[in-house]
Design a protein around this ligand. Structure first.
Ligand SMILES: C[S@@+](CC[C@H](N)C(=O)[O-])C[C@H]1O[C@@H](n2cnc3c(N)ncnc32)[C@H](O)[C@@H]1O
Length: 282
């Protein structure tokens, strides 16, 4: 890790271990237990639920318009699916990637090394409910496809930690973090997640009001973006009917592009697939 990036860490909390820093009081055991084996098997599938093999698939291009240069804290960075293209697009950007999974961090290190980005990357193995980064240092705190896999209380602590690490005027960006409660998948995952207790992995869905409450520390500066429309779920819990996945992708893709349907979904909150969020720290 470059020296200047290690200065952003809480020195008393971390020690160096190979390519990464590790939190000496590591509290990400539940996350590591879930994500290490998944990443070892197929990191792209684990991070992006895609079978394409393309490590940068399903890229949320809209975040480029929201980025600020400087220091990006990537909370639950995985192998860098989001951060690496951002580093390539902005030579002034530096990234602190924090994740519980050694496997994921190892892949991030490999990708960043091969692409000559490693001198702008610091990797930390830690649980996100206690991020060992100093307060007020990040220009952007981003989290992609992480909160939905954490129990609600854990997600609240993660949001608070990201807020603490941001400088005033800095931005928090939540991508793929809040699957909508008010569609068929959201209702099914609410039922399923209720049986899963504190496990890291099962998807938790969110209503708009729950997101607003969760992001209360950011007050008036929270913007929710309705991303995609779900007319037909891709599966019923974990099983799907023959052809359901393909049919759902086609129908939902069509509905997501149909302006009128999108507008009704965004206005009512019903049928929106995911709520993405940008919030600025006052
Ligand atoms: C679905 S992957 C997403 C990875 C990456 N952000 C992306 O969008 O490709 C979820 C990642 O979050 C990490 N994670 C989930 N909950 C965590 C927690 N409580 N503490 C630390 N890492 C966590 C996992 O180890 C995994 O790498």
């Amino acid at each position: 890790m470059p020296e200047e990036l290690s200065e952003y860490l809480q020195a008393s909390r971390v020690s160096r271990d190979g390519c990464c820093f590790v939190d000496n009081a590591f509290e990400g055991g539940a996350a590591a237990q879930t994500w290490d084996p998944l990443a070892a098997k197929d990191a792209v599938h684990a991070a992006a639920a895609s079978d394409t093999g393309d490590p940068f698939c399903k890229y949320p291009h809209w975040i480029r318009d929201e980025m600020l240069s400087g220091l990006l804290l990537d909370a639950g960075c995985g192998y860098g699916r989001i951060s690496i293209p951002l580093l390539e697009g902005d030579p002034l950007l530096r990234v602190l990637g924090v994740d519980a999974s050694t496997e994921m961090l190892g892949r991030f290190h490999e990708f960043a090394t091969v692409r000559n980005l490693i001198d702008r990357v610091g990797l930390v193995r830690a649980g996100l409910t206690h991020i060992p980064v100093r307060s007020g240092v990040a220009d952007v705190a981003l989290s992609s496809a992480v909160l939905l896999h954490n129990p609600y209380e854990g997600a609240q602590r993660i949001v608070a930690e990201m807020f603490r690490c941001l400088r005033p005027g800095g931005k928090a960006i939540f991508v793929g973090a809040f699957p909508n409660r008010w569609n068929a998948s959201g209702l099914m995952s609410a039922l399923y997640a209720a049986t899963q207790g504190a496990r890291n992995g099962p998807v938790r869905s969110y209503s708009r009001s729950r997101i607003t409450r969760l992001l209360a520390p950011y007050a008036a500066t929270v913007t929710l973006r309705a991303t995609g429309v779900e007319v037909l779920p891709k599966s019923f819990l974990s099983a799907s009917l023959p052809g359901q996945h393909r049919a759902a992708s086609a129908i939902n893709g069509w509905a997501s592009k149909a302006g009128a349907i999108r507008e009704v979904a965004a206005n009512t909150g019903i049928g929106v697939s995911i709520w993405d969020v940008v919030a600025t720290k006052a």
